[in-house]
Design a binder for this molecule. Sequence first.
Ligand code: URA
Length: 434
Amino acid sequence: MNMNDIIYKKREGGALDPEEIEYFVNGYTNGSIPDYQAAALLMAIFFRKMSREETYALTKAMKNSGDVVDLSEIAGIKVDKHSTGGVGDKTTLIVGPLAAACGVPIAKMSGRGLGFTGGTVDKMESIPGFRTTMEANEFISLVNRVGLSVIGQTAHIAPADKKLYSLRDVTSTVDNLSLITSSIMSKKLASGSDVIVLDVKCGSGAFMERFEDACELGELMVEIGKADGKRTIAIITDMSQPLGLAVGNSLEVIEAIETLKGRGPKDITELSLRLASYMIYAGEKASSPEEGYQMASEALENGTALLKLTEFITGQGGDPKVIEDYTLFPRPSCFSEIHSEVGGFVGTIEARAIGLASQHSGAGRATKEDLIDLSAGIMLYKKVGDFIKKGDLLATVYGNDQARVDKGAQEAAAAFLIQNSKPEENDLVKRVLQ
Ligand code: URA
């Protein structure tokens, strides 16, 4: 077998055999296949596409390129939740405690933010003392003791994806159905949970802007999850505006805490309850998603989910006093306010533009090596559909470098579209695939 023939076959629209796909994945991971040949194949896949069988073979080869985690020492049905990436998406910090408070063990590996989307690991690191790396035995014993642990993904999980994702990022080959599916599912299938609940984002702040494309991605991931023996559910959710009101690491953790105190924005509260309901149901702690929703609502109302968050933070070395005292989070020294120049209804808040503005204010990284400012980000005061008067405060951008904050504010201001008529409301949960 040789790489040139494999590239040629795909370039001409042929279907690759599992052996050819495995040869490519293993060779690229161990360095025997160079970047230029891998890049050529990625571009051929981008244009010629892959069948479901090829996508499954690619996912399987990528999953097996590193460790496959064994979580059998954790009692019960372990449930993982994964978001395809959005702006202001802090749901892991809410649904983790909600589902764990209802008895579902959560042993989760999360990523860092890149580009306009944030990552849970960065968010958690804004809690003083919080550790996102630990040995496997400590991770497992935390889940057994607390019911919930979230750590950064180790370099040994799906190393093929680590290399391929970096290459896709610089060769304009990210937004391909098969490549996204294999990237996400290889990591999820290697991470060891029994059930995978996928939050597939759809809209201007997501990889998949069109509903049909998001459904196709969800369906393919569910099919591949099941083919690998994992119960997999995909929930297609709206990402046409940022989720909640906070964007940026410490700001989002504070909003997650507020949500678990019952004071969160409506959209983030509702989405968290819906995701948790499927996690509780698929984790067999409820006989239906509706019962799961009821249980999650009770855990929110009676404070057991907030207590679970406290235990989770303490277990990972973080200072639990942050729950009552938000001044313990990294603090910004600069800010810039955005006021509306006109009156009317908020018609659009471009999620991607807000994500980029937050990144440019210091909250995100353009390359994996960039350092980030955990205090930076954006607080929104209005959502789509709100009526505003001229001069109303729309958002505040925070950070520690006034020039960057001002640039972020300029970009964030352009993300708002104010119109005369009230826009139609978008469904938060658009479809559930299982
Ligand atoms: N998230 C991933 O992990 N991979 C992709 O390709 C897209 C989103």
